[in-house]
Design a protein around this ligand. Structure first.
Ligand code: 6PG
Length: 466
């Protein structure tokens, strides 16, 4: 990705010096693509620093974690006050906050820049989520905005907020990406197992979805992957790939952070857990053997009970919930860290360039702009109506999958989340009662203010515990 970002900058007329620890890689980049623009080889970090105008603007793109710290430790002593270093990797936002602080002590300005779009996006225009101080953005923003994707001349790049906010938002973007992919996966599984379509036929259905409200990059490439035939075996490609989904960590970080913030991102959590289940092959093998596979209900076999139009509607509603949960999390993270993130900016800069780009994002932008104080995207009028309308379809889809033993962790969790948010009363009241019973943890009442405890082992006459 780093190499493509450098090419993108050069193609846009910026003078770029490139360095890689393995000099031959930077050399190859300059040899191969030097005619695309002004690309200069820097054989060492000293050369790189020497080649740049001041204040220097350096983009670091290395493996997140220790790799980034190692580069920054080497780079910092070579820099001057006011220079800017932008980390464009998938760093954990806590690391970014730490690095921002450490470099600020040396007078070096640091930006944590989320970049989405994969290798092609990096070259042709990614979605960029920079987190830094305003004066730092003044140095790097103009470059980033030019190389980012554009929608109607508007760059898919804007200052998200200070220090770790850009990487926080990129992390949540990836969490939504996990949920979106798992939902698409569950939809395809339903079409294969309940409607008995072959991958190539599912590809046609999914291709059709891309002409609807579901239009998105992930839906588009799903059709391509499903239609692909393995050259060696002649079998559908998806049937020769081992069904164990891996992850580099951003989904896990999203869930861990959501738990710390107390924000229910159930769709993202279930999608992350679904990857863990898929990769847990030893346990899968053992349990598959120990527990007989669910028997297909003859009624289900005769009538799959799955209307593809229901599935399309359910997928849309579930996607909306995944986005709503991700946005809730950014709202909470921003409040926790005092970042003042403008929520509507996120769907706006995700409209193109990034992996979760989708037609839906323009509508989400409008909804958040019109209702900036809505506590949830689901409470904005248009999305409330869109989800309400599709709720019966979502319920039928989940019911059909459950009846046939098709695992639908994200679809089911989305339905449960919506039902929980819509319920007048939740069993949480009983949970509070149980907590009070065994641990004197107290409870509140619906009919008056205060904190109460019932002496369960004594006379059971409620006492004021405030
Ligand atoms: C992007 C992608 C990118 C990368 C993920 C994959 O926005 O361009 O999200 O960041 O592909 O890191 O993450 P997993 O390996 O965890 O699926």
């Amino acid at each position: 990705m780093g190499r493509n970002l450098a090419r993108n900058l050069a193609r846009n007329g910026f003078r770029v010096a490139v360095h890689n620890r393995t000099t031959s890689k930077a050399e190859a980049l300059v040899d191969e693509f030097g005619d695309e623009g002004d690309l200069t080889l820097a054989r060492s970090l000293e050369d790189l620093v020497g080649a740049l105008e001041r204040p220097r603007r350096i983009i670091v793109m290395v493996k997140a974690g220790e790799g980034t710290d190692a580069v920054l430790d080497e780079l910092a002593p070579l820099l001057d006050e006011g220079d800017v270093v932008a980390d464009a990797g998938n760093a954990h936002f806590h690391d970014t906050m730490r690095r921002h602080e450490a470099l600020a002590r040396k007078g070096i300005r640091f930006a944590g820049v989320g970049v989405s779009g994969g290798e092609v996006g990096a070259l042709e225009g990614p979605s960029i989520m920079p987190g830094c101080d305003g004066d730092t953005y003044a140095e790097i923003g103009p470059f980033l905005e030019v190389i980012s994707a554009h929608v109607d001349d508007e760059p898919c790049c804007t200052l998200i907020g200070p220090d770790g906010s850009g990487h926080f938002v990129k992390m949540v973007h990836n969490g939504i990406e996990y949920a979106d992919m798992q939902l698409i996966g569950e939809s395809v599984d339903l079409l294969r197992r309940l409607v008995h379509l072959e991958p190539a036929d599912v590809a046609e259905v999914v291709r059709g979805w891309n002409d609807t409200e579901l239009e998105s990059y992930l839906v588009e490439i799903t059709a391509e992957v499903l239609a692909h035939t393995d050259a060696e075996t002649g079998r559908p490609f998806v049937d020769v790939v081992r069904d164990a989904a891996e992850q580099k960590g951003t989904g896990r970080w999203t869930v861990q952070t959501a738990l710390d913030l107390g924000v229910p991102v159930t769709a993202i959590a279930e999608a992350t857990m679904a990857r863990a289940v898929s990769g847990d092959t030893t346990r899968r093998d053992a349990v598959r053997e120990a527990l007989a596979a669910p028997e297909e209900d003859p009624a289900v076999a005769d009538d799959p009970g799955l209307d593809p139009d229901d599935l399309r509607a359910a997928l849309y509603a579930a996607k909306v919930v995944a986005y709503a949960q991700g946005l809730d999390m950014v709202r909470a993270g921003s409040a926790e860290h005092g970042w003042d993130v403008e929520l509507a900016d996120l769907p706006r800069i995700w409209r193109d360039g990034c992996i979760i780009r989708a037609r839906l994002l323009a509508d989400i932008t409008d909804a958040l702009e019109e209702h900036p104080d809505a506590p949830s995207l689901l409470a904005t009028p248009d999305f409330a109506a869109a989800v309400t309308e599709r709720l019966p379809a979502l319920r039928r889809v989940v019911a059909a999958g459950v009846a046939a033993g098709v695992p639908l962790p994200v679809f089911s969790s989305v339905l449960a989340y919506l039902d929980a948010l819509r319920a007048e009363r939740l069993p949480a009241a009983l949970v509070q009662g149980l907590r009070d019973y065994f641990g004197a943890h107290t409870y509140e009442r619906v009919d008056r203010e205060g904190t109460f405890h019932t002496p369960w082992a004594g006379d059971r006459v409620e006492v004021d515990a405030g």
